[in-house]
Structure formats: structure tokens, C-alpha cells
Design a protein. Structure first.
Length: 617
């Protein structure tokens, strides 16, 4: 086993080094749900003459259709209504298929059988509304005036999470104007509404609407003046956050919405802001075997930081790490972003996810970058200031409850659960999560030098203990899902000095061992985040197996029969090339957005195998 593990480590290391770009970064594909492919097809077909890129995107999108006519978001999902609506709409609009084609007729049959357009996700209805195939009042109906409510108000625009705000601003502008694109060749999807269109909003949303209206009445000024001021504020919110490449916060989804929203504000298609946004979006295209894929956010910072950390672990192979560090240092952020509202005395110093991201740092990328810097602090004293700035930023973003959010402190207003959109609780809020808290705790204790009696460590341990599920697992927000959260929490608890003598640690370790597959590996379905409970995949995946192994190795600090079985399974999985090696284990929005990080099948197994080789028999 040891020889096989050492050989795998050597092979993964060589493969990683071969993937490194000349400037030190790694360009792995961030392969997400097909909504971004659809958005790019619609955008390019509407506003450019780039038929070749549209054809490439359509070819890959068509290749993902199941023989029965539907598209899905993950292997064990037997058809996704929203994905099927979006994909068939885009392929028809772009002229890739004709309405009478067998592929489209099968898709239509599936759509009707599942209840038609009205049963689709809110984000699907927004795309359809933009192209005149759904009525805006039945999609989204918050007034633009919410942008005028002050941050100190019981409810304001700034109560939304940062990633929600950059989508909300353009959606509010479009919804307010009932904006629609008028272009030739838009397919008629009205016949796919089996029944009269109903308002798909949460029945509790009137409570939120009435609250907003009461606050609006308290605003001083003429109604018309307030209305135009509100629209201008939302427009400025977007413009002020455009990155140097023209994208909004480096996200495809928010940038596409921004383009349509600016058109609703009277911008011409030829306006430099719109043209630069389209140009910036092109840099998100990633060539795959079947054709182009449109990444929502290229993951260069994340992949580079993780790869550098994995390569530098003992037995060390630091080849290429210096270049990676140089790249990471160039992308440390020194501009204030919206996060400063929750931490006004904090200096910038974090990292974001994408190369173009300069004002939207997050906890995960920052701790990953700092972890990559840690092995070089003694030999490179010049890193100390960068490290200290980043460390202080991480500590300053800890929530009052002791956990860590992804982007901003204190984004937990319960009223936002009533926003009339599917998945509002996950999209609108940015609460403390087990994955962010556990991984941050592990960094602070294992790399940051904090001891178990440090106030931040004690608060984080208390948060994790308090938020453990009854079965011993933890729910992970940004990965799939209970394996992900449990791995992060356990590695964090172990780094903070908690052993199996701690009830939470023992219970979590026993839960992980109880869900081990018969082949020795681990695998969890994307259904978990929709069911709210662990849902076994039935197959093992490399990243989830590596997470479970990393957690158990951190707790037991030695090789055990369960761990040996897991390593044996992982070594076999690394030789596979099937759906289980491409299964999405990253998460964005339950039931709607999942991610297959192409880097994960190398990075996480490398970390787990290196840790395994350091352990005694």
C-alpha cells in the first residue's frame, strides 16, 4: 500500500506541475451547471456575430441531453425541469435545432410532464421573462425603492449577501421595467405552460413586501423623485463594482443580468460598458472535448492556492511553488469592498476567487492563500506583512456567533427568507457555516499559530459543537455536502486540539466510518442539500473519499483498517475515468447550481495521501 501511495503522490505531483501556467497560476476548469452556457448562447446570439463560439457552446450543451430528452445537473438526477427548459430554449433560439426535431420534441414532452414553465426555478423564469416568454409580475416583484432604505433600517438592500446583491440589483431594474428583448427567432414557449400561469413566489412574501412598503412611506421626497433615485442607485451599484475586465464581480451570471439591466436603463447595445462586459465574459470560456463551457467564475486563485499548499506538504515538492506564491501575492486585495460595512475598522488583505476579482475577497480563498504562504515565511521575511494583513482580515470577519461566513459579517436577517425567489434562504443570506468555520479553524491552529485558548478558536469550537447534526455530521454549504461539512469541521476541531475524547469529534468520526462504501471509499449525492439529510451516491468519488480520509487521519493520527481500505479505494478511483470522477462535489445553490472542480481529483487526493504517508502503521 505504501509503495502504491508513494507512486500516486509522484504521479499527481508531476501532473500538477505540468498544468502550471508560465506566470505560476493553475487553469483548471470550474465546470458548473449549464445555466451559464445557456446565458452565453443567448447573449452572443443576440448581440454578436460570433457564430463559431455559439456553435461550440451549443454542441457541448446538446451532448449533455439524455436519450429520453431531458437534461440534468448531476448523474443520479433523472431529469431537471429548469435545465431542460433552458437548454432547449437556447438551442432553438440559436438555430442549432428546429422545433420539430426529435431532441426538442422529447424535451417538450418532459417539460409538460413535469408541470411546464410555472414549475421551473425562479432563475429560469427570469431568463424566459427577459426573452418575453414569461410575465415579470409572476417572477419577481420587489420594488426598486428597497435600494433607498438605509443600512440601519430593520431591512435594507445591504442586508442581502454580497453575491445576492450583485444579482438583485439588475433583476430589480429589469423587473421594474418589465424588460424584454425583442429579437427575431425567439422561440415561443408559451404553449409549455400547462395551465394558467400562477405567481410562483413564496406565499409568505407579502409579509416582506408590506414591511418594505411601510419603510418606503417613511422616506422623504416626491414619489417620482424617489423612484428615479432608487433606479439610479441600483445602476450605480452595478457600475461601481465592475472589474477591470468588464465583468460584475467576476461572475458570469451577474454580468449577464447587468447587461440586460443596462439595456433596460436606456443603454445602447454598442455602449462601451456593455461591449467590455461581453469581452470580459469571453475570458470565462473554457475549451472542453465536447466544446466550450462557460464558467461562472474562473477559479485561478482557489486552484493555485490549493495546489501550492498540496505540493509543499511533506514529503515536500516545492517545484513551481515560488511562481505560484508570486502569482498569489499579485492578487492580494488592498481595496475596500462591501465587506467593510460589517468590519469598518478592518484593513483590506484578503483574496478572491478569480484573477479579475479585486474587491470581493472571501474567507475560503484567503485562508487557502495564507496556507500556501506559510511554509515560506521563515525563508522569505518579506512575506510577513502580506501574511499578517491576510490573517487579520480573516480574524476580523468572524461572526459574533463564533463561526465564519463566506464573504461578509452579519448577513443573517431572517426577513430575507421571505424574498419571493426559490432558494432565497441560501442565496440571500451569508451565515456562519460548518465548512467555512472548520477550514478557517484548521488554518488558524495548524498554520496561523493560534492556540486552543485563543478567543477566536474557542468561539469557533463552540459554534461547531453547537451546530452539529444529531447523527454526528455537519452540513457543508459550499460542497456536497454532509461529507464536506464533516470533513471541514473535524479537521478544524482536531487542529484545535480536540480528540476522540471530545463527544462531538467521536460522534462525527463514527458517522464518517458508518457511511463508508463497500469498496472502501465515500460518495454523497447532490440530493443531500435538497433533502436536508445525507443521501448516499452509491459510488465513491475521489474528492469525497479524500475528504473523509483527511478527516479520519486528522482525528486518529495513525493508519487504521478503515483508513487503509479508504486509501486502497482512492488509489483505484484515481485510475478511473467515468461519471464518478466527473461528479460535481462543489455546491452553489441547492437544487440549481453544482460544480465539478477539475482540480479536485488531483489536489484533495494528494493532500490525503501525503498525510497518510506521514502516519505510523
Amino acid at each position: 500500500m505504501k509503495d502504491a501511495a508513494e507512486k500516486a503522490v509522484s504521479e499527481i505531483t508531476s501532473a500538477l506541475q505540468a498544468e502550471q501556467d508560465h506566470d505560476g497560476h493553475y487553469s483548471y476548469c470550474f465546470e458548473n451547471s449549464l445555466s451559464t452556457d445557456v446565458s452565453m448562447i443567448l447573449l452572443l446570439h443576440s448581440f454578436t456575430n460570433d457564430a463559431s463560439t455559439v456553435q461550440s457552446l451549443c454542441t457541448r450543451l446538446a451532448s449533455l441531453q439524455h436519450a429520453e430528452g431531458w437534461w440534468s445537473l448531476y448523474h443520479d438526477e433523472k431529469g431537471n425541469l429548469s435545465a431542460t427548459i433552458e437548454a432547449s430554449f437556447a438551442l432553438l433560439y440559436a438555430g442549432f435545432y428546429k422545433k420539430e426535431s426529435q431532441e426538442i420534441q422529447k424535451a417538450f414532452h418532459f417539460i409538460r410532464a413535469k408541470g411546464g414553465l410555472r414549475r421551473s426555478h425562479s432563475m429560469t423564469k427570469i431568463i424566459l421573462a427577459i426573452y418575453g416568454e414569461y410575465e415579470w409580475p409572476h417572477v419577481f416583484h420587489l420594488p426598486v425603492h428597497i435600494s433607498l432604505l438605509p443600512p440601519a433600517s430593520p431591512l435594507s438592500f445591504y442586508d442581502f449577501s454580497s453575491y445576492a446583491r450583485v444579482h438583485m440589483a439588475p433583476i430589480l431594474l429589469m423587473s421594474d421595467k418589465k424588460f424584454r428583448i425583442l429579437k427575431p427567432g425567439i422561440p415561443d414557449f408559451h404553449t409549455l405552460n400547462n395551465r394558467t400561469v400562477e405567481d410562483g413566489s413564496d406565499p409568505r412574501s407579502p409579509q416582506l413586501l408590506s414591511h418594505i412598503k411601510r419603510k418606503i412611506l417613511n422616506l422623504a421626497g416626491a414619489p417620482e423623485q424617489l423612484y428615479w433615485t432608487a433606479r439610479k442607485r441600483l445602476e450605480s451599484y452595478m457600475i461601481d463594482r465592475i472589474e477591470s475586465d468588464g465583468t460584475l464581480y467576476s461572475y458570469t451570471s451577474s454580468t449577464v443580468y447587468m447587461i440586460y439591466a443596462l439595456l433596460s436603463c436606456g443603454y445602447k447595445e454598442s455602449h462601451p460598458v456593455i461591449q467590455k462586459a461581453i469581452s470580459g465574459l469571453r475570458t470565462h470560456l473554457f475549451p472542453l472535448k465536447e466544446g466550450y463551457h462557460m464558467q461562472n467564475s474562473p477559479s485561478a486563485i482557489w486552484d493555485t492556492a490549493l495546489a501550492a499548499h498540496a505540493l509543499a506538504l511533506p514529503p515536500s515538492s516545492k517545484a513551481g511553488c515560488t511562481k505560484a506564491l508570486s502569482f498569489l501575492l499579485q492578487h492580494q486585495q488592498y481595496r475596500y469592498g462591501d465587506w467593510v460595512m460589517g468590519a469598518p475598522s478592518l484593513l483590506p488583505g484578503g483574496w478572491g476567487f478569480s484573477k479579475s476579482n479585486s474587491i470581493h475577497p472571501d474567507i475560503d480563498d484567503t485562508t487557502a492563500a495564507l496556507r500556501a504562504l506559510t511554509p515560506f515565511l521563515k525563508s522569505h521575511p518579506s512575506l510577513t506583512n502580506h501574511y499578517t494583513r491576510g490573517l487579520n482580515w480573516v480574524l476580523g470577519l468572524q461572526n459574533e456567533d463564533g463561526g465564519w461566513p463566506a464573504f461578509e459579517k452579519g448577513k443573517t436577517n431572517p426577513l430575507l427568507r421571505y424574498v419571493p425567489m426559490d432558494g432565497a434562504e441560501h442565496a440571500a443570506l451569508d451565515p456562519s457555516t460548518a465548512d467555512l468555520t472548520g477550514r478557517t479553524l484548521e488554518f488558524l491552529c495548524a498554520d496561523g499559530g493560534l492556540k486552543s485558548d485563543h478567543p477566536s478558536v474557542k468561539k469557533a469550537v463552540h459554534w461547531l459543537t453547537d451546530h452539529q447534526e444529531k447523527d454526528g455530521s455537519w452540513y457543508g454549504r459550499w460542497g456536497v455536502c454532509f461529507i464536506y461539512g464533516t470533513w471541514a469541521a473535524l479537521t478544524g476541531m482536531a487542529a484545535a486540539g480536540k480528540t476522540t475524547a471530545h463527544p462531538a469529534v467521536l460522534k462525527a468520526a463514527e458517522w464518517l466510518m458508518s457511511i463508508q462504501n463497500t469498496d472502501g471509499g465515500w460518495g454523497e449525492s447532490c440530493r443531500s442539500d435538497q433533502n436536508g439529510t445525507y443521501s448516499p451516491l452509491g459510488n465513491s468519488t475521489p474528492s469525497q473519499t479524500a475528504w473523509a480520509l483527511d478527516a479520519l487521519l486528522s482525528v486518529y493520527k495513525k493508519r487504521t483498517p478503515v483508513i487503509d481500505q479508504g486509501v486502497s479505494s482512492l488509489l483505484k478511483q484515481l485510475k478511473n475515468n467515468d461519471w464518478s470522477t466527473r461528479y460535481p462535489t462543489g455546491a452553489g445553490l441547492p437544487g440549481n447550481f453544482y460544480i465539478h472542480y477539475h482540480s479536485y481529483n488531483a489536489i484533495w487526493p494528494l493532500i490525503a495521501l501525503k498525510k497518510y504517508l506521514q502516519m505510523d502503521e
